[in-house]
Design a protein around this ligand. Structure first.
Ligand code: HEM
Length: 301
């Protein structure tokens, strides 16, 4: 890992190796919250993370502090529900079949729409992944990844990102875990299915790749996971001050050394509640997509 530190200006720790990422994510001296504190650049980054991941003053679960009881309870409820669902492949069958067909046809837009439907229906069976909701979700994703200040100004003038967040909140009935799922998490799943479509179209012997190997090859981890020090003191990254920031490139770490432990941060308190569901879904989709045509859709059963 690397530390960039200039007094009053910046104090950042950057990590992109899986062992570092996993230990930093689990380090009890690091948290989230992203209050505007510390040196100038840290305050700017923390403000950007917090405003991007907040809707009408309420933070999305992936920036909420470790000890927040409500977050912990929801994370554990979702983990139980999603793990049970993974065991019985209880996701929406129609969306599943659409994803399989879209992967076979290498149709990116349909992959995105069908994945959005499947993820939304994990929370509410009546959810529909429409083109308007997809646009709102992609707008939030672009805003979170944006580094262009002119574009940020444009968005705040037009209210585009604010409207996108309101749309996502409305279609999720205000459930912030569902907003996280359809506005943020869904993009990692879509990217994984796109890799799957690519693997299928370029690999003449695709059917010989086992579902387990396919998951290793296609699973896409979040680009960045961030942590903030709240108190002064020692950590795995050295001695930190309030506001020191840790930015972990989970995607690069996962790509160099593929493992669900890194992709879903399973050793950390912030473990993704879908850590069993996503690999089970990817395996089933791969099995169905590589089945010779005309042999039915029983792979999802
Ligand atoms: C390829 C797919 C996915 C990957 C690689 C992934 C990975 C992650 C990671 C690394 C975190 C922790 C972030 C942090 O420490 O700040 C996280 C959090 C979370 N993920 Fe996922 N995720 C995926 C899909 C999903 C899906 C499909 C859902 C829901 C249906 C989901 C729901 C959540 C939630 C609610 C949290 C916040 C947990 C909390 O801290 O309370 N994820 N995910």
């Amino acid at each position: 890992m690397r530390r960039i530190r200039l007094p009053l200006l910046i104090d950042l720790i950057l990590a992109d190796k899986s062992a570092d990422v996993r230990s930093l994510a689990a380090d009890p001296s690091l948290d989230r919250g992203f209050q505007t504190r510390g040196p100038l650049v840290n305050r700017m980054i923390a403000r950007r993370i917090r405003s991007g991941m907040t809707i009408m003053g309420i933070p999305l679960p992936s920036i909420v502090e470790r000890d927040d009881r409500e977050r912990q309870q929801r994370q554990s409820e979702l983990e139980d529900a999603f793990t049970a669902m993974a065991g019985k492949k209880g996701w929406d069958e129609e969306s599943f079949d659409r994803i399989v067909a879209a992967i076979r046809a290498d149709d990116s837009r349909e992959i995105a729409l069908a994945t959005l439907s499947l993820v939304g229906k994990l929370f509410d069976p009546a959810f529909e992944g429409t083109k308007h909701t997809l646009y709102a979700s992609q707008t939030l994703d672009r805003a979170l990844k944006n580094r262009n200040p002119l574009l940020s100004i444009w968005w705040s003038m037009t209210g585009e990102v604010r409207h996108a967040k309101q749309k996502l909140k409305k279609v999720s009935s205000g459930d912030f875990a569902a907003i996280h799922a359809i506005g943020i998490a869904v993009h990692n799943l879509v990217a994984s299915f796109e890799r799957m479509a690519d693997l299928l179209s370029h690999q003449s012997a695709a059917s010989r790749i086992s579902p387990e190997e396919a998951v290793v090859r296609v699973l896409v981890a979040p680009e960045t996971v961030a942590r903030q020090a709240h108190k002064p003191g020692p950590s795995l990254a050295g001695v930190l001050s309030p506001g020191s920031l840790v930015l972990m490139n989970t995607r690069a770490a996962q790509e160099a050394n593929p493992s669900s432990r890194t992709a879903f941060l399973t050793d950390a308190w912030s473990i993704c509640p879908a850590h069993q569901l996503v690999p089970a879904l990817l395996m089933s989709v791969w099995s169905a997509a590589t089945k010779p045509a005309g042999t039915g859709k029983e792979a999802s059963q």
